[in-house]
Design a protein. Structure first.
Length: 365
C-alpha cells in the first residue's frame, strides 16, 4: 500500500497508563491476535465463512472438542447465547438458568425479545445450578398455560467467578437429558475454567454432555468475536439460518476466525486465561489480609467479589475503576485480564488498604 503526504499517524485518545479492575473487556487486544489479524488482511478471501481461515478454525475446534461438532463464528456473546438457545427450542420452549446468569441479568431482554425465549431463573448462592435447583422450574410439561422447560443454560465460569467441575456439569447434563431437556453452556470465560481446573476444554463440555456452547474470545484477548459450537448437532436446529436472522453473520468472517486460530492453535488461550486467574488469586490473597474487606465468593477464575464498608468503593474508584455487583449490600466485583500485571494488583491492594485506613480513622471526606 502506498502512502501520501496527507497520511497521518493514528491518534491515541487515551492514557495507556490508566489501569482498572472493572472488566476483562476493558483490556486491549493481545499482540499475537493483532499479528494474526494483520496476516489475514492481505489479498482476497471468499466472504461469509467460505474462507481458508474459517475452515482451519473448524479443524481446531474438532481438535479441542472432538469429531462431529459444528462451529459458527459470531460477533458477540449475547448473539452467541441467543442463536444457541434458539436452535435448541421450539417457539413454546423455556430455559432454566441461574438468576445471576448473563442471559437473565445483562442482555437487556435479548433472549426474550430477539430470541422469543422464556427464561425460568432460579436463585443460587454461588451462581451454580444443580439438578435440585433445576427442578424448581423444570415442571409443567404438557400444561398449555406454562412455557415448556426444554433447556438448561449454565455459565462456565459463572457470573460470580465460580467454576463447575466436570462431574457437576455431567450431573446437570444427565439430569436435563433424563427430562427431555437440552444443555447450553455460556462459555464467555471458558478458558479461565480450564485453567482453574487443569483439564482440557472438552472435559467439561463435549465429554460432560453439553449440547451447545457459546465459546468466548473477547474476554480472553480478542478484538471481538465468539463461536457457537454445536457439540451435539442433532440437538441444534437451523443454526446456519438463525445466525443470519439474528444479525450475527460476518461478511469478512476470516477476521473472526483468524483471531480464534491464533488463540487455539497453540496455547495462547491457556496462557492468557491462566495469567488472568493468577492475578485474581494474587488480589484475593492481598485482600484476605486487609481488615474491612469481606470476600463473598470463592476465587476460582479471574474475578474477586467482596463487600466494602459504605463509601469506600466510591473513593477507590477515583483511582481504579470497577463496578458494584450488589450495591444494596456493598458488594463489588474486581476483574483481572490477560494484561493485568503484578504491579497493577499490588497498587490496587495498597489503595484499598489506604482507603480502609482512612475509613477506620474517620477520614471519609
Amino acid at each position: 500500500m502506498t502512502t501520501t503526504a496527507e497520511t497521518r499517524a493514528p491518534q491515541r485518545l487515551h492514557d495507556p497508563g490508566v489501569r482498572g479492575f472493572a472488566s476483562d473487556n476493558y483490556s486491549g487486544v493481545h499482540p499475537e491476535i493483532l499479528a494474526a489479524l494483520a496476516a489475514a488482511n492481505e489479498g482476497h478471501q471468499v466472504s461469509y465463512g467460505e474462507d481458508d481461515y474459517t475452515a482451519r478454525l473448524h479443524e481446531l475446534m474438532v481438535d479441542h472438542f472432538g469429531p462431529g461438532i459444528e462451529c459458527f463464528p459470531v460477533f458477540n456473546g449475547t448473539g452467541a447465547n441467543v442463536v444457541s438457545l434458539q436452535s435448541l427450542l421450539p417457539r413454546w420452549g423455556a430455559v432454566v438458568c441461574a438468576s445471576t446468569a448473563h442471559i437473565n441479568m445483562d442482555e437487556n431482554g435479548a433472549p426474550e425479545r430477539v430470541g422469543g425465549l422464556k427464561l425460568l431463573h432460579v436463585p443460587t448462592p454461588d451462581g451454580k445450578l444443580t439438578p435440585e435447583l433445576i427442578d424448581r422450574e423444570a415442571w409443567g410439561w404438557g400444561d398449555e398455560h406454562r412455557a415448556q422447560p426444554l433447556a438448561v443454560s449454565i455459565t462456565q465460569t459463572t457470573e460470580l467467578g465460580t467454576c463447575y467441575t466436570p462431574e457437576e456439569v455431567r450431573a446437570i447434563a444427565d439430569h436435563a437429558h433424563s427430562k427431555g431437556m437440552k444443555l447450553h453452556m455460556d462459555g464467555a470465560r471458558l478458558a479461565n475454567a480450564a485453567a482453574h481446573l487443569g483439564v482440557p476444554l472438552r472435559a467439561f463440555t463435549s465429554d460432560a454432555g453439553v449440547d451447545i456452547l457459546s465459546f468466548g474470545g473477547t474476554k480472553n484477548g480478542l478484538l471481538y468475536g465468539e463461536v457457537v459450537v454445536a457439540l451435539n448437532p442433532e440437538a441444534a436446529h437451523g443454526l446456519v439460518y438463525l445466525r443470519k436472522m439474528d444479525m450475527q453473520l460476518a461478511s469478512k468472517m476470516r477476521f473472526l476466525s483468524a483471531q480464534f486460530i491464533a488463540l487455539l492453535e497453540g496455547d495462547l488461550w491457556l496462557r492468557s486465561a491462566s495469567h488472568a486467574n493468577a492475578m485474581a488469586t494474587r488480589l484475593r490473597a492481598a485482600v484476605d489480609t486487609i481488615d474491612g474487606v469481606r470476600p463473598t465468593q470463592q476465587t476460582e477464575s479471574n474475578g474477586v467479589f467482596a463487600v466494602l464498608p459504605p463509601g469506600v468503593a466510591d473513593r477507590l474508584r477515583g483511582s481504579f475503576r470497577f463496578y458494584d455487583w450488589d450495591e444494596s449490600a456493598g458488594e463489588v466485583r474486581w476483574m483481572c485480564s490477560f494484561d493485568t500485571t503484578e504491579e497493577d494488583v499490588d497498587a490496587f491492594a495498597a489503595a484499598i488498604r489506604h482507603e480502609l485506613r482512612d475509613y477506620r480513622d474517620g477520614r471519609t471526606g
